[in-house]
Design a protein around this ligand. Sequence first.
Ligand SMILES: [Fe+2]
Ligand SMILES: [Fe+2]
Length: 182
Amino acid sequence: MQTSDRLRPLTGTGQKWPRRLLPLETLNYEHLRQKCLCNLLGRIVDDLYASDTIKSAAWALDYLENVLPLHVSDETEDLVPRLLEHDAADEAVGKACRALVHEHESDGLLAAKIKVGLELLSRARPLPRPLDFIVDVLTFEENLRRHVAWENAEFLPLARHRLASEDLSSLGSAMARRHGLF
Ligand SMILES: [Fe+2]
Ligand SMILES: [Fe+2]
């Protein structure tokens, strides 16, 4: 099963899926998987030629290509606009939203670079510049760990405090649509 498949509803089971998600809890859950991604990336660069590198690189590549972009869109396209709409004049909200968008952009640039190396490793191909790859991966890992810790400690609590229940409800619906849950 591809990583992205875990976010899709099972078919043929008669299971009823919720029409919306608990949005902040869902974002928080995804942060746990991002910590797993960081652990895996650290393991890959610890020994590029380990026996499980091909599988690990394939999983990390799938996550970066298919799952992380959805999470970034959940936050950037759904959560941030609702926060800004709700508290347009609040400087703390504006500053936090700008920081979040900026970090997504810089992480995205680095993710694009390391995906090239992960794709080669997933096919047991040699890296042209392994040291550059290792430095990029370690930088991405450090940035993502810091980003996730900040979102968990500050950004999500800010959103929980500022958004009304109707905002959370529409946010959950928008995220469920993006993840194909209805
Ligand atoms: Fe984020
Ligand atoms: Fe996040």
